[in-house]
Design a protein around this ligand. Structure first.
Ligand SMILES: [Zn+2]
Length: 701
């Protein structure tokens, strides 16, 4: 009966939207995949399948929710929470494939579909999250959760769904709901404006045009050529143009001998959104901070930071401030020490000036040469992609007794993609891992880990996950295999860490399985990075691609030492920005502050050294306009966790200690979403994390 209702609704919806029902019979999203391990049948999926699948997915989930809200029975865990948790199967199925491929293997047709489907998905999500009948039933289950004989996992799911709705304003009265909608609208308009201003300020409003070749001295050829190319494109052939985009700006700050031009370029960067013209962001950031403070108030929190962080592992802004302060002090000491050494270089070269913020990259480069004399080209031959991959498989085997076998018989979405079957110690299948390494047109930049199917439960049986890692590493050329830089090797270990978390996740409910808080998500990934540079691991995988010789211990030592170079600066500028973020989100009520004065007072309060500025200043801090509001700190929080977690292995004298690895796998990777982050962490570690391991790792102790 339910199926017939769904079908009718989905057909009606398709017709009203003018989409045809093409491929209804053979749309792979409508039937169970028949491929090995039920991976998506990429060879059978056609772009024409997506829209009908999205439409049917939306209609089916809406019908499922209607069944929940129309039932006459009193709300229970089964008929409300579980039913909602299980709803939207087709939508999830098609969404997982579509959004993964739209990032890794897109084209115009895919992008058109994304544009068409995106407003419909937003509308559908709003229809669910603003559905008062649904919320009232969830609330009823929530209020009776203590006396309903629910187990801990069930209680957690109930609380999570209830929170989701409440945090969106579902429990407000009508007048406040209207107010909230107005705030949301104003916020999204202000955020959009902020981003557009920043784009104009970064890409068009400032250019450093050089017409005297002598002003290029010190710069590597690549940077000079790129600047000549930029000039040529804008009709300035024969000149050189540097912009405020990092790939153009950073080499100039690192290498250009002309100090006043470095100052000019860096000042252009620092003044983005702060030039008192039509692209100025000062009024907008103040408006955003005030709107957010109103929003938080409306939802029952004293500040926006409290609203955001209450959902995280840290729980309160005070805890985050405290952590940042504690790391800032030693980090500033380390940065001061580096600064003094750089000042000595200036003196040695006959300079009669004090280090300024725009000098940092230039003298850091010189200091690095003086201290470590390590060239990327010396290291790269030891990091062939294939070897790094075998290295991380080796680590996974030593820690968790799992193995990776290349699959020849599964469909892939691009011939370059590899797939591996993941098996546990006893040889049982636990998941499939796809890997897609090299840049292509149609692939977005960067590196990420996603999934074509998350683990889930069906009739009590666990459905195994299908996970994907996508990177943009330079490909092989001629006789030389793809060689990674040290950073890229770490990136692969990092994404592999996310992948292991997805593969090991085991939870009955979709809402909570694998649901790590924002400030904990990077624990599994950053944890794996600890292994990439361990001598025991390097000796296994870092072999010269020609000779097969393992990386010499001299080079290993140089590499290890160079890793902590400049960590003082990196940590200080990151913490300064994190504090600035928190301060902007700590208004207890709307305020009329002078934006620049607010910023300088915020930095004076932490006694920020004058040679380092926050990594992002207020008027171009785009992260906190988007998803990182009151959350720029999360990487450092997770870094404390990953260092402390790895310290457990170091303390045991065995980085592959099985007993510790089992606990880590169980409480963090498998059951990480089952309870609050700190509780799960303490179950693994036997105590809360400490800062010392991180400070030691970064050379800040
Ligand atoms: Zn990550």
């Amino acid at each position: 009966m339910k199926n017939i209702v769904r079908m009718i609704i989905s057909l009606l919806l398709l017709n009203t939207l003018g989409f045809s029902q093409d491929n209804k019979e053979n749309n792979p999203f409508f039937t169970e995949y028949t491929t090995p391990f039920k991976v998506p049948p990429f060879d059978k999926i056609d772009t024409s399948h997506y829209i009908p699948a999205f439409m049917r997915g939306i209609a089916e989930q809406q019908a499922e929710v209607d069944v929940i809200t129309n039932t006459k029975e009193a709300a229970s865990f089964e008929n409300t929470i579980l039913a909602y948790d299980r709803s939207g199967e087709i939508l999830t199925k098609v969404g997982n494939v579509f959004y993964s491929l739209n990032s890794a293997n897109t084209n115009e047709a895919m992008q058109n579909i994304a544009r068409k489907i995106s407003p419909l998905i937003t509308q559908h999500r709003d229809n669910l999250s603003l559905n008062d009948k649904l919320f009232q039933r969830i609330k009823a289950v929530y209020l009776s959760r203590e006396k309903s004989n629910l187990d801990n996992d069930q209680k957690r799911v109930v609380e999570k769904y209830y929170d989701d709705f409440v945090r969106n304003g579902a429990d407000l009265n009508e007048a406040d709901k209207t107010k909230l909608r107005e705030i949301n609208q104003q916020l999204s308009a202000a955020s959009l404006g902020f981003g557009e201003n920043l784009l104009a300020e970064t890409n068009t409003n400032f250019k450093l045009i050089i017409d005297n070749k002598a002003d290029l001295s010190g710069l590597p050829d690549e940077a000079v050529n790129a600047a000549a190319e930029t000039a040529k494109k804008s009709g300035n052939e024969g000149k050189w143009i540097f912009t405020l985009q990092k790939p153009s700006m950073l080499p100039f700050l690192q290498y250009a001998q002309n100090r006043s031009l470095r100052e000019k370029l860096y000042t252009g960067y620092l003044m983005r959104g702060n030039n008192n013209d039509k692209y100025d962001n000062k009024a907008l950031i103040l408006k955003i901070a005030n709107l957010r403070s109103e929003r938080a108030k409306l939802l029952g929190y004293s500040t926006y930071a409290e609203y955001v962080i209450s959902n995280n592992m840290a729980k309160t802004p005070e805890k985050v401030y405290d952590l940042l302060q504690k790391i800032l002090e030693p980090a500033q000491k380390a940065a001061e020490k580096d600064k003094n050494e750089m000042q000595q270089i200036i003196a040695k070269e006959g300079g009669k000036f004090n280090m300024e913020s725009w000098d940092w990259w230039y003298y850091a480069e010189k200091l690095k040469k003086e201290k470590y004399d390590l060239e990327e080209s010396e290291v790269k031959p030891y990091f062939a992609l294939e070897n790094v991959k075998q290295g991380m498989f080796y680590v996974a085997k030593k820690l968790y007794d799992i193995s990776f076998t290349k699959l020849a018989n599964v469909p892939v979405y691009n011939p370059e993609v590899e797939a591996f079957e993941v098996k546990d110690k006893a040889g049982a299948h636990i998941g499939v891992l796809y890997m897609d390494y090299h840049p292509r047109s149609g692939k977005r930049v960067g590196a990420w880990c996603g999934s074509f199917r998350d683990q889930s439960y069906e009739n009590g049986k666990r459905i195994t996950p299908v996970v994907t890692i996508v990177t943009n590493f330079t490909r092989a050329s001629g006789d030389t295999p793809a060689l990674l830089t040290w950073d890229e090797s770490n990136t692969l270990f990092h994404e592999f860490g996310h992948a292991l978390a997805a593969i090991f996740t085991d939870g009955k409910y979709n809402r909570t399985a694998g649901d790590l808080a924002r400030d904990m998500v990077e624990l599994p990934s950053q944890f794996m990075e600890n292994y990439a540079g361990q001598p025991e691991v390097l000796n296994v995988y870092a072999k010269h691609y020609k000779t097969g010789e393992p990386i010499p211990s001299e080079l290993q030592k140089k590499l290890q030492k160079s890793l902590i170079f400049n960590e003082g600066f990196v940590t200080v500028e990151y913490i300064a920005a994190s504090i600035l973020d928190l301060d902007w989100h700590s208004f207890k009520s709307p305020q009329n502050v002078d934006v620049l004065k607010f910023e300088s007072e915020s930095m004076a309060k932490i006694k920020l050294m004058k040679e380092i500025l926050p990594r992002y200043r207020t008027t171009y801090f785009n992260h906190i306009i988007g998803g990182y509001a009151a959350g720029y700190y999360v990487y450092l929080w997770a870094a404390v966790l990953d260092s402390d977690a790895f310290q457990a292995f170091l303390d045991s004298g065995n980085i592959f200690n099985k007993e510790i690895a089992n606990r880590y796998r169980k409480y963090i990777l498998t059951e990480g979403g089952n309870d609050d982050g700190m509780i799960q962490y303490a179950k693994f570690r036997g105590k809360e994390p400490t800062l010392e391991p991180l400070l030691r790792k970064r050379g800040l102790n």
